[in-house]
Write a protein that binds this ligand. Structure first.
Ligand SMILES: Nc1ncnc2c1ncn2[C@@H]1O[C@H](COP(=O)(O)OP(=O)(O)OP(=O)(O)O)[C@@H](O)[C@H]1O
Ligand SMILES: [Mg+2]
Length: 288
């Protein structure tokens, strides 16, 4: 749909399709948002403070020709956000063996690059993204709007390749480097080997990081500053998780009680201890 014919996001209403109510499926739960369901060809999510900012961004992406994000169809009679359902599969909370595929890793990096290219020029106007504690430095506020939560659970995979991005709850202005670092952190993944997911103990983080870097296209400077950037990001992330656990409770408090703070600290320590090896892997001539 071209933007000229769209109802503004705040007044867009979704009219249920006949018979769709008989085709309802509960989606796998994430850490924070309860009650995501598929109804026919749509996803219903609770309406949230950032929903309209996200909706305007999804409209922009559609107009930019980015076909790998859901469309915001409006709010249903119960007030829920309605988005298009993207067919495919997402990894579970402990990503399955198939999620280790290097072809998939390459495609995630390429899809993220496509997102960043499509996002360029988008300026949130009528519906700014709500500020997030500990998240937006002043320098980021005017930055590129990115996804910022490209986890294995939020990537839809078809035919072994990343075909969709869902769950734009954390989207907002930042830098492409921050979003791409964050995505690599989730997909390599970058964490202390003591925190490896079951079945991922053999994954080589240096090789996988290099594959991601080449597929996304980090430049020499980005490759060299990655470890320091990652150590700082871990410190910020620790503060933010702690703040959210105390201020918001719910899933944030559950994650904190499950020890996510220690995991983030160990990630920072691991990045610091392996800084030289990481830069070497990212800058050595040739493929890994
Ligand atoms: N538009 C969509 N198309 C296909 N599948 C989707 C879509 N939206 C969500 N899903 C599926 O539902 C799952 C949960 O939805 P989503 O990621 O939006 O919420 P969540 O992870 O529960 O939220 P949070 O990360 O805030 O806790 C996703 O991991 C994915 O498997
Ligand atoms: Mg999710």
């Amino acid at each position: 749909m071209s933007s000229r014919h769209r109802t503004p996001v705040e007044s867009r209403r979704y009219v249920p399709a006949p018979g769709e109510a008989s085709d309802v499926e509960l989606m796998p739960a994430g850490d924070v948002t309860d009650g995501v369901v598929r109804v026919g060809g749509t996803i219903r999510r609770p309406h949230q403070p950032q929903s309209l900012a996200v909706a305007a961004f999804l409209d922009w992406l559609e107009d930019a020709g980015f076909d790998a994000a859901p469309r915001f169809l409006g709010r249903d009679p119960e007030g829920r956000d309605v988005l298009t359902f993207l067919p495919g599969r997402c990894a579970g909370p402990v990503p399955e063996a198939w999620a280790q595929s290097e072809e998939l890793l390459v495609s995630v990096a390429q899809l993220l690059r496509r997102l960043h290219t499509a996002s360029a020029g988008f300026v949130p106007a009528a519906h700014p993204f709500p500020p997030r504690p500990g998240r937006q430095k002043a320098a980021d506020a005017a930055g590129l709007v990115c996804h910022l939560d490209v986890t294995p659970q939020n990537v839809v995979v078809r035919d072994g390749r990343a075909a969709g991005l869902v769950d734009f709850d954390l989207a907002g202005p930042t830098t492409a480097f921050k979003d791409s670092f964050n995505t690599a952190m989730h997909w390599v993944p970058l964490r202390d080997p003591a925190d490896a997911w079951a079945g991922w103990e053999g994954a080589d983080p240096f090789r996988r990081l290099r594959i991601f870097a080449d597929a996304y296209g980090w430049d020499e400077d980005e490759r060299r500053r990655l470890p320091v950037f990652g150590v700082e990001a871990a410190a910020v992330s620790y503060e933010r998780m702690q703040h959210n656990a105390r201020a918001l409770g719910g899933g944030w408090a559950r994650m904190w009680d499950d020890g996510v703070g220690g995991m983030i600290r160990r990630r920072g320590d691991w990045l610091a201890a392996n800084a030289g090896a990481i830069v070497a892997a990212l800058t050595a001539e040739g493929r890994p």
